[in-house]
Design a protein around this ligand. Sequence first.
Ligand code: ADP
Ligand code: MG
Length: 727
Amino acid sequence: MTRVMTHKRYDTLAAAKGPATNGKDASRTNLEEVFGQNTFSLAEMQARLPKPIYKALMRTLDQGSELEPQIADAVAVAMKEWALEKGATHYTHWFQPLTGLTAEKHDSFLAPNGDGTAIAEFGGRELVQGEPDASSFPSGGLRATFEARGYTAWDATSPAFIIESKNGAHLSIPTAFASWTGETLDQKTPLLRSIHVLQEQAMRALKLFGTPAKRVRATLGPEQEYFLIDEQFFYARPDLVATGRTLFGAKPPRGQELEDHYFGSIPDRILEYMNEAELELYKLGVPVKTRHNEVAPSQFELAPIYEEANIAADHQQLTMTTLRRVARKYGLVCLLHEKPFAGINGSGKHLNWSFGTEGANLLEPGNDPHENMQFLFFCSAVLKAVDRHQDLLRVSVAHAGNDHRLGANEAPPAIISVFLGDQLSDIFEQIEKAGRAKTSKQGGLMGLGVKTLPALPKHAGDRNRTSPFAFTGNKFEFRALGSGQSISFSATVLNTIVAEAIDEMVTKLEKETAKGAGIEDALRKLLADEVHNFKRIIFNGDGYTEEWVKEAEKRGLLNMRATMDALPSLVQKKNVALFEKYGVLSRRELESRHEIALDQYFKTVNIEGETAAELASTMILPAATRYLSDLLTLAERAKGVGVKTEGPLATAKAVGALVDELSDKLAGLVKQNAALGGDDVHSKAEHMFHDIVPGMLAVRSAVDKLEKLVPDDYWPMPKYREMLFVK
Ligand code: ADP
Ligand code: MG
């Protein structure tokens, strides 16, 4: 009986060597030729559209003016021609419902001609508006099922693109998605609104400062962490398949000699994978820039060059999709869960955020930031915003998967604070104490003590990896996002809260100057006041320590440890007022988002709880009892023949005790799973948080101890050391 297990287990291992190569030579890519080749770019439009049409379109893109129907018709014709030339047979409106993923429904370009033949049909109407059945997308009570209608609307500001597969291609058109009553059901719409709001307020400020600018755009650069494991392991782990993370798994021993036990690593396969994934992204115009190994074994990171927020958000979704898709070609699975493996680092996403005019980054401090009043103004606005709306930033990263990371000494704590670095902190201190700053600490040069090596310019501020929100040179880096989540809502929050802070500060300045004050003086006074109010949010120390938790409490900063602590913020009075004031989200839309988030939390943990119980019952417990039975049989047989049985019996006792513990905890979990927690989504989610999460942990603890005792060849699932080290 056990021999069958043995072979299955080792077969999986052997197979996990995987194909070493996909037979492609992506390294010979001509980057310039390939980049953006599958996007309907501005250049492509300019070449294909009549001049006046192109000009009118540019007005929409640049100034946000309304899109006229004739223009949509003309663009549709050009887009269709281009797509057909590229071999596309279908088109789809591509949107981002509140599942956090993307959605698409393909339509063929073909339409009957009336004479039995077919023609390619795609006009302005098809381009501008779609009507997917919305009933299967989360709406959080916004829409009764009989009102299943939902609309997608063309987002002309993000280029359409072609997705290729082995024997076909289709045109994807970025769209917004709303219910038939006009409430947004997606990630894109509020992001677009917030981009507009930030621009409006920042332009007001620039006008006051006399800085010429045509427009202001938020910019985003998301760094994406991910794991790659062999798909043989993936399929042998039903927990990974069902939930995206391992629900069991003992921490592997530190010793890396295990790598030698098996087949060692094949980094070429990973590199080839990266090359192909990046090639696909280049074709889509995603400017992937850096890649490297991450802290945990089998963990990697990829980062693009930053782009305007809306496009960056679309590209981020494409990046996640592409990383997943291409992995399969190499016999790999890309895990984007925040915490696929307990006990080693999880994966996050750092959202680099800034805003700038057509020519300048408005968060660029320059060499002497103490004299750069415009920079100090915008930087203060960010600090003021983060201080006031810690809860919103926190809730923008709240979901079940991220609960395993935030505050767990690998990711930033759940307390939101800002790292500013020495130089800027010093400047704000000067402003607070003396009403103005007279100097900027300078980094200077760092001699390496070797004459032939160059002296390196030293940064004025060191890095800090423990801060959730860090100023990194000329942008802020929000580091609390989970690896699998959409960046849109975090960006929406940032844009909106900073717009509000700018709005308030500009209004004050306008009042002062109207009274006859000089702008410089008014600004100095304003900054001194503001610093006083927001200074508690600045923290340059180690965010992982217990002292910080205490200190933060003293400062009155929020510490919302878990998703369920953070979610109520979505519908809190202050936040509803904020989003309504700037027209980014209505109360109803926020309420719907709140309900969707609760529902997703409930569903995620519910599936995990059920999966954990099932695997423990049908895989782990049987393996452990089988071993126990073998030990007892051995002891029984040994009796008559004078073989000592103390050893096997001691092991049997240990295994027996754990089997007992597991059975007990499992019974508890099964009961809690059955209870479900009532009828409404709120109480269900609470039940998941208070009963299922701890119930799963208790089961896991027994299982992981058993993994260390039960023979390797009885164990029914690949272990951490295999999944993480066999490549
Ligand atoms: P760091 O070394 O501080 O992580 P990098 O230069 O590697 O900085 O940038 C990290 C990410 O930040 C990249 O995706 C980059 O494009 C992005 N980034 C840089 N400048 C900006 C900006 N002004 N706005 C938004 N993102 C930016
Ligand atoms: Mg970074």
